[in-house]
Write a protein that binds this ligand. Structure first.
Ligand SMILES: Nc1ncnc2c1ncn2[C@@H]1O[C@H](COP(=O)(O)OP(=O)(O)OP(=O)(O)O)[C@@H](O)[C@H]1O
Length: 832
């Protein structure tokens, strides 16, 4: 196989490459022979429970004939509650306390589980890498109060690393493979501008065969344009990764992660000697991040500034992870009798770590904390740990250096090729609007007055745009999907890209990905927007660009013609819309207005506290321009920070190599020249290839295996051997029985799942998150929830809660009505 000019060895298989993330806006919940079903997913065992919801093993029942290997695909389905009365009350309380300041991060302002989940979805939607858990589908029915994330199922479960005697249970070879996989996944994320922020063994999940691990849990991850540019700087770009403005990512100052894995720069205020020049955290730039200092803890040391928080915090956490896997304990432990989180942070900032005499379950000698020997494996590992756990983030090893480390490359047959193949490629973008539309709001309703107002506004504006479009330069629109091609982006495509739905079921699918919600304009949360044309290029997704010359009114919809000039002003938010399954050949425009106006994009304008001066609307005194006068302090969002840094308004943004045009930006993000496939995807398979090693590592040797694959993996075997999917052949009773026995047996063998303080993610310092599962909220509200383990609830009359009725957002508190209902009498059309 030859890929991008590199000839891959025979053992490299074609990479797994399922379609893009699907957003389904219709939910049918019902029982099938006693087995709960959501759309075409049958629910099986509960795999885990996090802060915001439960994760279930489900089987996707596909339209393949019975017996086909892909007919039933195991997936992990995470169910998360959007919002609820308690959240709402908390949010109101928090909003009262929060200063109304443009520097308040958007997550703070929303301050809900919903905001967190939206961000998680928006980030996961974009990630495509063999060592990052894939998101397949979002089931987001606006009439429900839960959202379902359908993910790749990792049957091997979390990476466990110690036994009850605090001894390591993984061999050194297994540890190396885990770290290698994590490095590749993390390098990909960093390349995209994503900081994971919660790297730890529990967030590395094994595949069923335990040959690979994948990074999971993006609940506290952070996407940053600035960080991405910083990463681009490494590639020879002109950006300065240390530039304080590029690092203006204030969201990062909210402490998130797991205490034992936090980097010193996150808890820097605990550093003992913090005088400039002598800090163990290195030279702290005094000018840096002044805007983020306000968010630091009350314990911050006067006269010092928080060191920049960069992707390096993930590198530190990976170092801590390596240490855990090798020695069965965390490197920084609070040994005080009445230790607290604070004393742990003191240890992290000020103390060195120790090294046991041996490492791994195979007890390979280390040579101590400062090994004298040069080339022993132990010495190599300790030196690598030294580089990982540098308190000064600037002195810390980079992932690229880790990949080139002797110990990491130790058992790779062709290291040069591996390095070449695993080079991260391709860029993605997670825009603010993508987090907004990552999931929609509950109770999305038609409001005919609004609809008619929108329609007339639509006519007016599209006429204006038609007139202006001739005068504009032909720069292509900024797009936020990595698969969008800028070239050949023509409005006529729209007209070739829609097939009218043929059934109600299809209709649901066709609507998937429609532009839905603009939070700041409540009136827009109507079905009027939902029904507007989805803009889809041949490659599934587009974004809209707003003409800076227009003066959109608050809450108006603006339509553009092809080739409209690009407004980089942040007051115009592009909205991506992705319609799964659309192809240039089988579709045509769905909107009745599409063929009248020939538009290819649409956008919403919304007032934005973070606006800068570009593109101000002189006719909108109540809009951002007036707000801006008051909002003089520098904007927080990194893209705006960059714009300011580059010299002011959108028009004169310039880089040393010329102006930062939309095309240049898009191509610098890798959106203009999409590689046929992700090279790294193919290459990373090599990292897990070596059957000898696998045997040596005890992957298939039950005697040596520290943890057997969990119940669900056995279930999948069951399904495979039975030939027919259980829900089809009525075998569910037996299946459930076996499942139960299996779970019991597993509990006996391995004990119930436990959460120790080393591995529990902490909430944001400002109390933005809460613990507890959804069920906390459900108590007394929908009792049947318990029957279905919190996933689905019956309603008394057995009717599905359809989205026909008029209702307002204010009804959100009504948990009983919003609960996902379960109708044994109503089923979706059978899967052929
Ligand atoms: N794709 C998956 N495949 C298999 N198991 C998974 C998958 N995703 C999550 N899990 C399991 O479900 C558990 C809960 O996952 P979830 O993402 O909800 O946790 P979380 O809320 O992020 O947890 P934390 O409290 O650590 O942040 C995890 O511990 C993990 O073991």
């Amino acid at each position: 196989m030859i890929q991008n000019g590199v000839s891959l060895p025979n053992y490299v298989k074609a990479p797994f490459d399922p379609a893009d993330v699907v957003t389904t806006d219709h939910l049918a919940a019902y029982l099938d022979a006693g087995r709960p079903m959501l759309n075409n997913y049958t629910r099986h065992a509960k795999i885990g429970e996090g802060q915001h919801g439960e994760v279930y093993l489900c089987y996707q029942v596909n339209k393949y004939p019975p017996g086909h290997p892909d007919r039933r695909v195991p997936v992990a389905m995470k169910s998360v509650k959007r919002d609820n009365a308690r959240d709402k009350r908390l949010r109101q309380l928090r909003q009262q306390r929060l200063p109304n300041h443009p520097h308040t991060p958007i997550v703070d302002r929303l301050g809900t589980t919903e905001a967190k989940i939206r961000k998680e979805i928006a980030i996961m939607k974009k990630c495509r890498h063999p060592h990052v858990v894939r998101l397949y589908e979002i089931i987001d029915d606006r009439t429900r109060d839960k959202i379902y994330m359908v993910m790749e199922y990792l049957a091997g479960g979390e990476v466990k690393w110690k036994n009850e005697h605090e001894e390591p249970i993984l061999s050194v070879i297994q540890t190396r493979r885990i770290i290698r996989d994590a490095v590749l996944g993390l390098e990909y994320l960093h390349h995209q501008g994503i900081i994971h922020r919660d790297i730890k063994p529990a967030n590395l999940l094994w595949t069923e065969d335990r040959r690979q691990v994948k990074i999971a849990d993006f609940g506290v991850s952070h996407f940053s344009y600035a960080q991405r540019l910083a990463a681009a700087g490494k590639d020879g770009g002109s950006e300065d990764p240390e530039d304080p403005i590029l690092l203006d990512d204030s969201d990062l100052t909210r402490r998130a992660g797991t205490p034992s894995f936090l980097a010193p720069e996150i808890v820097y205020e605990h550093t003992e000697d913090t005088s400039p020049g002598s800090s163990s955290l290195g030279d702290i730039p005094t000018a840096a991040s002044s805007s983020i200092a306000h968010a630091t803890s009350s314990q911050s040391v006067p006269g010092t500034q928080r060191p920049p928080i960069t992707q390096s915090i993930d590198v530190w956490a990976l170092g801590v992870t390596l240490y855990c896997l090798l020695f069965g304990k965390v490197p920084f432990l609070d040994t005080a009798a009445h230790g607290s989180e604070w004393s742990l942070y003191n240890v992290i900032c000020n103390r060195d770590w120790t090294v046991e005499e041996t490492m791994g379950s195979d007890r390979i000698p280390t040579g101590g904390r400062h090994p004298k020997a040069d080339d022993t494996e132990g010495a190599q590992v300790v030196r690598l740990l030294d580089q990982f756990l540098k308190k000064d983030a600037k002195a810390r090893v980079t992932l690229d250096q880790v990949k080139r480390n002797k110990w990491i490359l130790r058992d790779i047959p062709e290291p040069d090729m591996w390095l070449q193949l695993t080079m991260p490629r391709g860029r993605i973008d997670v825009s603010v609007d993508e987090t907004s539309v990552a999931m929609s709001s509950v109770r999305f309703t038609w409001n005919w007055n609004v609809v008619s107002r929108r329609i007339s506004s639509l006519f007016r504006r599209s006429r204006d745009h038609q007139q202006r479009s001739d005068d504009r330069d032909a720069r292509g629109p900024v797009k936020s999907d990595p698969h969008v091609h800028l070239h050949g982006y023509e409005s006529t495509r729209l007209q070739d890209t829609y097939t009218a739905p043929t059934s109600k079921r299809d209709k649901g699918k066709r609507r998937a990905g429609t532009v839905t919600t603009v939070r700041s304009s409540k009136s827009l949360r109507s079905k009027s927007t939902e029904r507007w044309p989805v803009v889809a290029s041949a490659s599934r997704s587009t974004s809209a660009i707003v003409d800076p010359n227009t003066t959109p009114r608050r809450g108006s919809i603006t339509l553009l013609t092809s080739g409209a000039s690009v407004a980089t002003s942040s007051r115009y938010h592009t909205i991506s819309s992705a319609r799964p399954g659309s192809s240039p050949t089988d579709t045509k425009p769905r909107a009745r207005f599409a063929n009248i106006f020939n538009f290819n994009s649409m956008t919403h304008w919304r007032p934005n506290k973070y606006s800068n001066s570009a593109g101000a609307s002189p006719t909108d005194p109540s809009g951002p321009s007036s707000h801006r006068a008051a909002a003089a302090p520098p904007s927080r969002r990194s893209e705006e920070a960059l714009r300011k840094y580059r010299g002011g308004g959108a028009a004169d943004m310039s880089l040393p190599n010329g102006p930062l045009t939309a095309d240049r930006r898009a191509s610098s993000w890798g959106q203009g020249d999409q590689a046929p496939i992700e090279l790294a995807e193919a290459a990373s398979l090599i990292s897990s290839y070596d059957f000898h090693e696998r045997t040596a590592a005890g992957v298939y040797n039950a005697g040596e295996k520290p943890f057997a694959p969990r119940t669900p993996s056995r279930l999948s075997t069951n399904v495979a051997t039975s030939g027919e999917p259980s829900c089809e052949n009525g075998d569910v009773g037996r299946d459930a029985e076996v499942e139960q026995q299996d779970a019991g047996e597993e509990d006996r063998k391995f004990g119930p799942p436990c959460f120790d303080e080393d591995s529990s993610t902490i909430a944001s310092a400002d109390g933005g998150w809460r613990g507890g599962s959804d069920d906390d909220e459900d108590d007394g509200e929908d009792g049947v929830d318990d029957i279905c383990n919190g996933l689905i609830a019956f309603d008394d009359d057995g009717d599905e809660n359809d989205d026909g009725g008029e209702s307002s957002d204010d009804d959100d508190d009504d948990q009983g009505e919003n609960a996902v209902t379960f109708s044994p009498r109503r089923r979706p059309p059978p899967i052929e």
